[in-house]
Design a protein around this ligand. Structure first.
Ligand SMILES: Cc1cc2nc3c(=O)[nH]c(=O)nc-3n(C[C@H](O)[C@H](O)[C@H](O)COP(=O)(O)OP(=O)(O)OC[C@H]3O[C@@H](n4cnc5c(N)ncnc54)[C@H](O)[C@@H]3O)c2cc1C
Length: 391
């Protein structure tokens, strides 16, 4: 049976993987994340423990220190972390985007240099594509790489780049001098965060989280020839080797967050009673929205599982379509689930103690990044339905 043939249960190994991750993530849980966010701390202890246990690198080939699995495994790991209330945002970036791109497009030397550290968590690689003046239109990015002898020199700015303060390097998406205008021919460079000319400025966000976002300034940043991952003329597929995993992980992240909110709300609805002995969950006004979330969550989970199975089977075209739909469905259910969870808790839904108010904002991220809900609808309208391009 091939990976994409219909199967509605996960293989035994993945079920066991989920159990182990759930146990580890549960040890940290929502309290840990909230404390780190409040006190300007990081997720480092959990991150490194996940790495030591092989969970961060499940998708990376065994030859480079990974677990030899695929995106289906990595996304399941992230879903379990988020489901336990301790999502690791940088998993979307370091092992999923950067790890996948290096595995598929890197040279043997690059794989040996970067992948073992990405797999065990000791090397965190951030990812920078977004630019203030380009936004959703990545074809408009202006960060440029120019050859100088054997080196490359990078100039430009990036914005909203996550985790740069924790990262040892950033995979920067740029364009070469020859491809300064027109359709994007991405040239991807591993840029160490301590490079001369590389500066970061934190963006104050209204979302309280240990992971911060940064504006980056690249002012004549010089990197050696082997910092270029893939081919400077390799085209968009090199980027999508990482962006499809990013969307699958986005979907799984959001599903985990929705699961966490749903579990919390159901537990509260069973306990809380304000009309004699009747739990609030006995009122359909409370029960039906929760049941609806359960259905939406199952739908969204099936979508990321299908997208991941297609990606793992090497069907990039179809994986792209399903990765987009999975990210959309995940973003929607996470927003709906956190909203319903807040409502189920009444006033407690907005107290710091219950931690759901901040989750409302966090869930919103799934509708905006890494690709917005509208850009996914544009994609589906055009590619799945054959409608004219609208922009
Ligand atoms: C918390 C956070 C973390 C992030 N981390 C990273 C990271 O690590 N690396 C990175 O590179 N980027 C990162 N991003 C950036 C993220 O990918 C972008 O915010 C996202 O792609 C949207 O771009 P924008 O913010 O410029 O919105 P804009 O492109 O300005 O869009 C604004 C609004 O207009 C809508 N819109 C735009 N064009 C169209 C159209 N043609 N049709 C219909 N509607 C349209 C959008 O859907 C959106 O609602 C992060 C963002 C956030 C918020």
């Amino acid at each position: 049976m091939t990976a994409t043939q219909t199967m509605f249960s996960e293989p035994e190994e993945r079920v066991a993987l989920r159990e182990s991750v759930k146990k580890l993530a549960g040890k940290y849980g929502h309290e840990y994340v909230a404390k780190q966010a409040r006190e300007d701390g990081k997720m480092t202890d959990m991150w490194l423990e996940m790495g030591r246990n092989g969970f961060l690198g499940v998708n990376i080939a065994e030859a480079y220190g990974g677990g030899g699995g695929g995106m289906s495994d990595l996304a399941a790991v992230l879903e379990e972390c988020a489901g336990a209330g301790a999502p690791l945002l940088m998993m979307v970036v370091s092992p999923a985007i950067c790890g996948s791109i290096i595995m598929r497009c890197g040279t043997e030397e690059q794989k040996k240099q970067w992948l073992p550290g990405i797999a065990d968590g000791t090397h965190l690689m951030a990812f920078g594509i977004t630019e203030a003046d380009a936004g959703s239109n990545s074809h408009q990015i202006t960060t440029t790489a120019t050859r100088d002898g054997d080196d490359w020199v990078l100039n430009g700015q990036k914005t909203f780049i996550s985790g740069v303060d924790e990262a040892q390097s950033v995979l920067i998406v740029s364009r070469t001098e020859d491809a300064k205008t027109g359709k994007l021919k991405p040239a991807l460079f591993v840029v160490p965060t301590d490079s001369e000319g590389f500066e970061k400025q934190v963006i104050p966000m209204s979302w309280q989280a240990p992971e911060k976002q940064f504006t980056l300034f690249l002012d004549n940043v010089r990197v050696p020839a082997d910092a270029l991952v893939g081919d400077e003329d390799g085209g968009l597929w090199q980027l999508f080797a990482g962006l499809n995993p990013e969307r699958i992980m986005g979907g799984a992240f959001s599903c985990g967050m929705a699961q966490f909110a749903l579990d919390k709300a159901v537990a509260y609805a069973k306990e809380r009673s304000v009309w004699k002995d009747q739990a609030i969950g006995s009122h359909q006004g409370i029960a039906h929205p929760l049941a609806k979330i359960k259905i939406e969550l199952e739908q969204a989970r099936l979508l990321w599982q299908k997208a991941a199975a297609l990606y793992d089977a090497g069907d990039d075209m179809e994986a792209g379509e399903y990765a987009n739909m999975a990210k959309y469905a995940g973003g929607e259910v996470a927003c709906n689930a956190t909203d319903v969870a807040v409502h189920t808790h009444g006033g407690n839904g907005l107290t710091e103690e219950y931690g759901l108010g901040n989750m409302l904002v966090a869930a919103r991220l799934g509708r905006i990044a890494p690709v917005s809900r509208e850009m996914i609808l544009n994609f589906v309208a055009m590619h799945s339905l054959g409608l004219p391009k609208s922009y």
